[in-house]
Design a protein around this ligand. Structure first.
Ligand code: NAD
Length: 509
């Protein structure tokens, strides 16, 4: 670690002006290394700087994870598991502090940040079930005197590259499972809201995770590529936008790594004429505008089938008008700002382009009083008559913009969704079991909701989309997460008595 220096471990994440790396159980920074500003999206003020890892820092982190791997990977489960249990306790004890850090850099309101931590904790719960999920199988007497059994072993150094929109939850979807399986882990969080990663690392250390088992490397593209290319890195988990997911997948696969790369989304909710319009509107508004639409499972298109269209638009508009926009710290705020000025400007541009393409602007986020502030606010926007071929329909906007599309039948709605390149989540609102069953069977998406708008699976199922929403074949967490972070081995064994041994050139049958 020649170019890095230990910078002390006693400070709390968020209190330093420089957000550093976490390597070998402590904060480190490389003097003179490049940094980027970190902003409070509610005010636009630069509040911190984040270090950008150079090649030496990436090497130091991976070397530390390699060095820690042998002892951690062979640590008896009876000693590894209590550490994961204590991590759960530490996270619970510091959930309020973690939520405040998330809100201050991401901008989401505190309740939303608390929800993110709760969903992350589910995966720590899952990791506590590692002994059950890692159990092998045993088949006695598969041939004369021969037994066969299977086991799963850690893959080695795993890397997690995570997006800005869930700075605690997405890392928690990855590293607790990877660690429980006996791997070491290098986290590369988003450079836009990096401080939560340091608190996660501190809490892991407090729980007894040994130095080097969980490292954090701050940075941007250079750090990501350095980690993927590193010969000692065995597995790469990525969550972020589709173009980067595709690039990460291709780069890691070309180097022979196992890789799962989750990308962007365009999630549709179909509302059938027999649905309860009030319930559907509540769900659509919650799922479209929670976290200012910056969720990969946010609803960005509502497909109104038949006569439900007019009442649905009216019910949605009524609810959206009542939303309170403001900073996380302000009493009663329900929706915060966007992550950056560029993200805010992008949404404003899509409103304009949607209107120019012929969509009817039912509610215009540019008119919200909060947009006059210095922070990156844009109000919730509803565009009616959004259709394929309009940029606002075709692209992932990733902001508080709901498009409403009309369809005549469930067939039309299914055809619309199934021709979209993304396939993360899809939902239907109906009172017909037959329609719901048909939808869940035929829709091309990895996660499906029936009268549930954001169908993020619970921890003991796995999370992942289809199409351009996931490159690779394993989903995150749940049984597939355990599969991804382990390699299978099958042992065939015989303990013959001396007199049973003989030469045989036949193929054993
Ligand atoms: P992003 O793709 O810009 O960044 C994700 C990560 O990749 C970050 O750590 C970033 O530093 C790194 N990165 C950025 N540019 C890179 C490059 N050129 N080469 C290598 N690495 C690079 O995504 P974001 O803006 O942070 O997050 C929002 C996106 O993530 C949305 O598209 C959203 O749908 C998606 N997302 C998907 C899921 C899912 O589960 N499918 C979950 C959350 C977010």
């Amino acid at each position: 670690m020649s170019s890095t220096q230990q910078a002390g471990t006693e400070t709390t994440a968020g209190a330093n002006s420089l957000v550093e790396h976490w390597i070998d159980g402590g904060r480190v920074s490389a003097p003179g290394a490049a940094t980027l500003p970190v902003h409070d999206p509610a005010t636009g003020a630069a509040t911190k700087a984040v270090a950008l890892a150079d090649a030496a820092t990436v090497d130091a982190a991976v070397a530390s994870s390699v060095a820690a791997g042998a002892a951690w990977g062979t640590l008896p489960m009876s000693r590894r598991l209590p550490i994961i249990h204590r991590l759960r306790g530490a996270l619970l004890a510091h959930a309020g502090e973690l939520a405040r850090i998330i809100s201050s850099e991401h901008g989401k309101v505190l309740d939303d940040a608390a929800g993110e931590i709760a969903r992350g904790l589910e995966i720590v719960d899952l990791a506590c079930a590692a002994p059950q999920l890692l159990r092998g199988s045993y088949s006695p007497q598969v041939a004369g005197g021969i037994d066969t059994f299977s086991l799963r072993q850690p893959v080695g150094v795993c890397v997690g590259i995570t997006p800005f929109n869930f700075p605690a939850m997405v890392p928690l979807w990855m590293f607790p499972v990877a660690l429980a399986c006996g791997n070491t882990f290098v986290l590369k969080p988003s450079e836009r809201d990096p401080s939560a990663s340091l608190l996660l690392a501190e809490l892991a250390a407090e729980a007894g995770v040994p130095p080097g088992v969980l490292n954090v490397v701050q940075g941007d593209r250079a750090a990501v590529e350095g980690l993927i290319d590193h010969p000692e890195v065995a597995a790469v988990s990525f969550v972020g936008s589709t173009p980067i997911a595709r690039a990460v997948y291709e780069r890691a696969a070309a180097r022979g790594k196992r890789v799962q790369a989750l990308g962007g989304a365009k999630n549709h909710v179909v509302v059938l004429p027999d649905a309860d319009v009030g319930q559907a509107a509540d769900a659509v508004v919650s799922a479209a505008f929670g976290s200012a639409g910056q969720r990969c499972m946010a609803i960005s298109v509502a497909v109104a089938v038949g006569a439900v269209a007019e009442p649905l638009v009216e019910a949605v508009a009524q609810r959206v008008r009542a939303l309170r926009i403001g900073a996380a710290a302000e009493e009663g705020s329900e929706m915060g700002p966007l992550i950056t000025r560029a993200a805010r400007d992008r949404v404003v541009d899509y409103i304009e382009r949607g209107a120019r393409a012929g969509a009817r602007v039912v509610l215009d986020g540019r008119d919200a009083p909060a947009t006059a502030r210095d922070g990156y606010f844009v109000g919730p926007t509803v565009l009616d008559g959004v259709e394929p071929g309009m940029d606002v329909y075709d692209d992932e906007v990733f902001g508080p913009l709901l498009g409403i599309t009309r369809a005549e039948t469930l067939d039309d709605a299914l055809a619309l969704i199934n021709s979209n390149p993304y396939g993360n989540g899809a939902a239907i609102f109906t009172s017909s079991g037959a329609a719901a069953r048909r939808f869940q069977q035929e829709v091309q998406a990895g996660m499906v909701g029936v009268n549930v708008p954001i169908p993020v699976p619970v921890g003991y199922y796995s999370f992942g989309g289809w199409g351009d929403s996931l490159f690779g074949d394993t989903h995150l967490y749940g049984p597939e997460g355990f599969h991804f972070y382990t390699r299978g081995k099958v042992v065939t064994s015989r303990w013959p008595a001396d007199e049973q041994s003989r030469v045989s050139l036949n193929f054993p049958g």
